[in-house]
Ligand binder design. Structure first.
Ligand code: MN
Length: 129
């Protein structure tokens, strides 16, 4: 067991390389040797990740605002504060804010950071309408 106090030095911030620029990634708990990565991720309106996968999976807990999550081949689905989303191993997906609304979620990633794919186009972000 590891206990990290709020007063401990924060783990290194993760560069938001797998997302648009309007995303802030704050580390909460980073223990790669135990395959646990937890980040508090803040998306400005319109901001989203790239398409990506996770080797073991990821849990998203939306704590503020309204956003979207989308699996490849499906339409974007809304998510809002209080919602919890589980992404399965290898599922190609993206997550982000709504166009007019910011969104904050806790991202609990099991395994490694996964694989970054292509940026999400505006058409993919808007969905089939
Ligand atoms: Mn993800």
């Amino acid at each position: 067991m590891l206990v990290y106090r709020a007063t401990d030095p924060a783990p290194a911030a993760q560069a938001p390389q797998a997302s648009t620029s309007k995303v802030v990634v704050d580390p909460v708990l980073v223990v790669p040797e135990h395959q646990v990565l937890i980040f508090n991720v803040s998306f400005q309106p319109g901001a989203r990740t790239h398409w990506h996968t996770h080797s073991v999976g990821q849990v998203l807990h939306v704590t503020h605002g309204q956003g979207r999550v989308c699996l490849r081949g499906e339409s974007p689905r809304p998510m809002s504060a209080g919602d919890v989303v589980h992404i399965g191993p290898g599922e190609v997906h993206w997550h982000g804010a709504c166009p007019e609304t910011s969104m904050v979620h806790l991202a609990i990633t099991m395994g490694d950071e996964g694989v970054r794919l292509d940026p999400v186009t505006d058409a993919e972000y808007e969905g089939p309408g």
